[in-house]
Write a protein that binds this ligand. Structure first.
Ligand code: GDP
Ligand code: IMO
Ligand code: MG
Length: 428
C-alpha cells in the first residue's frame, strides 16, 4: 500500500474516521499529522460507536501501530481520557501508540485564552480546545513540547516564563484569575509519568518502517477549507490539514508519498463561523441536518448544512492533488426529490475561474446551481456501484465531473459494511 495521505476535502466532518477505519485494515501504521482535540472522528463498529479526538482511528484495528506526529498539538487531559476510554473498551493502547517528542503541548492557559478571545470582535466559532493559542506559541518559539517534560527544571522555567506574559493578559486585559505555575508543573509531571512509554523519535520510526516496506496512512484532521494557508481565512483552524501538512507534521518527505485520498461528503457542512456559499437556511437544510445527524462529534454544535459545492471540491482536489476520493453520506440524500449542485460561482454577474479564498470576495459569490433527479430509494444496503439506482449513478457522475474528482470509495451508511470500492480505487 505504500504511503498514503488522507485529507478532509471540505470543512471537516466528511467521515474521515470511518474511512481511516476501513482503509487501516490494509495499513501497518496510521499517523495523525496536525490538529488536536478539536477533531472528532467517529467510527461505528457493529452497535458500538467510538469518537477519537487525538489518537488515530487505526487504533481500532489490533494489528495497526498508531502514531501522533510532531504537527499535532496534544492536550494531556484529552489524551489520557481517550487512552482510558479505549482501554475500558478492551482496546490495547500500550505498545501500539507512539507520540512524537516534538509535538507541542496544549497548556491550561491556551484553553483559557482560546475561550476568552472568542468573546472578542472576530468570533471564529472555535472548538475552545486551545488550538489557536498553542500554535501561536509554537510559531512564536515559546511552545512547550513533549520533550520538555523530561527535565522538571527546564519545564518549570519555561512555564514560569510563559505565565509571566499570559497572566498579564489574563489578569490585566481579561480581568480573570491568574494561573499558578506550581499547579501546572505538578499536573504536567504527572502526565509525563503516564505517557513516557509512548514517546518516540517519530521521523526515524516512520522512515525506517517505510524503508522496510511497511505501509503508512497519514491521517489528517479538519479539512482543506479550514487550512490556515489555503482555507477560508480567518475562519479556519491554525494548522495545515492539506496534504502538504502531512510531510511537515510527521517528518515523511513528499517523495515518499504514493497517493492522496480525499474524503468528500455528498453535500456540504460547516461548524463555526465563516462564509458558506451553498448553505441552506430552509427546510432542506434542516432535513440534511436531521437525516445526516449533523451535530459536532466534539462540541455537539449543530452543523450548518448545504448542497454539494463543486468549485470548492475542485479547488480542494487541486491543492491536495487528490488521487481519488471517498464519497461519504450518499444515503443522506435518499429522500430528496431534487438535489441541487453548485457548479460555479458568480460575482457581479461574472463567472469566476477559480475558488476565491479572499473572504470579502467569497462573501459576495452567488452560487450557480444545476438540479439532479433524486432517487427516492434506500441505498444503505447497496454493495456495489452497479447496485445503485440510475439517478444515484447520475448524481455521482455529475458531481465527479463538475468537481474534477474521481470517487474510488463510496459510503452509504456509517457502518463498515456500508462501504464499497469502485474502479477508481488506486491506493498507489
Ligand atoms: P470526521 O471528523 O471526518 O471523522 O467525521 P465525523 O465523525 O465528525 O462525522 C461524520 C459522521 O457521519 C459520523 O457520525 C459518522 O458515523 C457518519 N458517517 C460516516 N459515513 C457515513 C455515511 O456514509 N452515511 C451516514 N449516514 N453516516 C456516515
Ligand atoms: P474534524 O477532524 C469541523 C472548526 C471550528 C472552527 C474552526 C477553528 O472532526 O473534521 P479551532 O478549535 O480549530 O481553532 O476552530 O475550525 N473545526 C472543525 N470543524 N471538523 C473539525 O475536525 C474541526 N476542527 C475545527 O468549528 O470553525
Ligand atoms: Mg469530526
Amino acid at each position: 500500500m505504500g504511503v498514503s495521505v488522507l485529507v478532509g476535502s471540505q470543512w471537516g466532518d466528511e467521515g474521515k474516521g470511518k474511512i481511516v477505519d476501513i482503509l487501516s485494515e490494509n495499513f501497518d501504521i496510521v499517523a495523525r499529522y496536525q490538529g488536536g482535540a478539536n477533531a472528532g472522528h467517529t467510527v461505528k463498529i457493529g452497535n458500538d460507536e467510538y469518537i477519537l479526538h487525538l489518537i488515530p482511528s487505526g487504533i481500532l484495528r489490533e494489528n495497526v501501530i498508531c502514531v501522533i506526529g510532531n504537527g499535532v498539538v496534544i492536550d494531556p487531559t484529552a489524551l489520557l481520557k481517550e487512552i482510558r476510554f479505549l482501554e475500558e473498551n478492551n482496546i490495547k493502547v500500550d505498545g501500539r501508540l507512539f507520540i512524537s517528542q516534538n509535538a507541542h503541548l496544549i497548556m491550561p492557559y491556551h484553553k483559557l485564552l482560546d475561550n476568552i478571545s472568542e468573546q472578542g470582535s472576530t468570533k471564529i466559532g472555535t472548538t475552545g480546545r486551545g488550538i489557536g493559542p498553542c500554535y501561536i506559541d509554537k510559531y512564536a518559539r515559546k511552545g512547550i513540547r513533549i520533550v520538555d517534560l523530561l527535565d522538571k527544571k527546564i519545564l518549570e522555567e519555561k512555564i514560569r516564563n510563559n505565565l509571566k506574559e499570559k497572566n498579564n493578559i489574563i489578569k490585566k486585559v481579561y480581568e480573570q484569575e491568574e494561573l499558578n505555575v506550581n499547579e501546572i508543573v505538578a499536573q504536567y509531571m504527572e502526565f509525563d509519568e503516564i505517557i513516557d512509554r509512548y514517546i518516540k523519535d517519530v521521523p526515524t520510526f516512520l522512515n525506517t518502517s517505510i524503508a522496510e516496506g511497511k505501509s503508512v496512512l497519514l491521517e489528517g484532521a479538519q479539512g482543506a477549507l479550514l487550512d490556515v494557508d489555503h482555507g477560508t481565512y480567518p475562519f479556519v483552524t491554525s494548522s495545515n490539514p492539506t496534504s502538504g501538512g502531512a510531510c511537515t507534521g510527521t517528518g515523511v518527505a513528499p517523495t515518499k508519498i504514493n497517493s492522496v485520498i480525499g474524503i468528500v461528503k455528498a453535500y456540504t457542512t460547516r461548524v463555526g463561523e465563516g462564509p458558506f456559499p451553498t448553505e441552506l437556511l430552509d427546510e432542506d437544510g434542516e432535513k440534511l441536518r436531521k437525516i445526516g445527524a449533523e451535530f459536532g462529534a466534539t462540541t455537539g454544535r449543530p452543523r450548518r448544512c448545504g448542497w454539494f459545492d463543486a468549485p470548492l471540491v475542485k479547488y480542494s482536489t487541486m491543492i491536495n492533488d487528490t488521487t481519488f476520493a471517498a464519497l461519504t453520506k450518499l444515503d443522506v440524500l435518499n429522500g430528496f426529490d431534487k438535489i441541487k449542485v453548485c457548479v460555479g460561482y458568480k460575482v457581479d454577474g461574472k463567472l469566476l475561474n477559480s475558488f476565491p479564498t479572499n473572504i470579502e470576495q467569497l462573501n459576495k459569490v452567488v452560487p450557480v446551481y444545476e438540479s439532479c433527479e433524486g432517487w427516492n430509494k434506500d441505498i444503505t444496503e447497496c454493495k456495489s456501484y452497479s447496485e445503485l439506482p440510475k439517478a444515484t449513478k447520475e448524481y455521482l457522475n455529475f458531481i465527479s465531473e463538475k468537481s474534477e474528482t474521481k470517487f474510488g470509495i463510496i459510503s452509504v451508511g456509517p457502518k463498515r459494511k456500508q462501504t464499497f470500492f469502485t474502479d477508481n480505487y488506486k491506493p498507489n
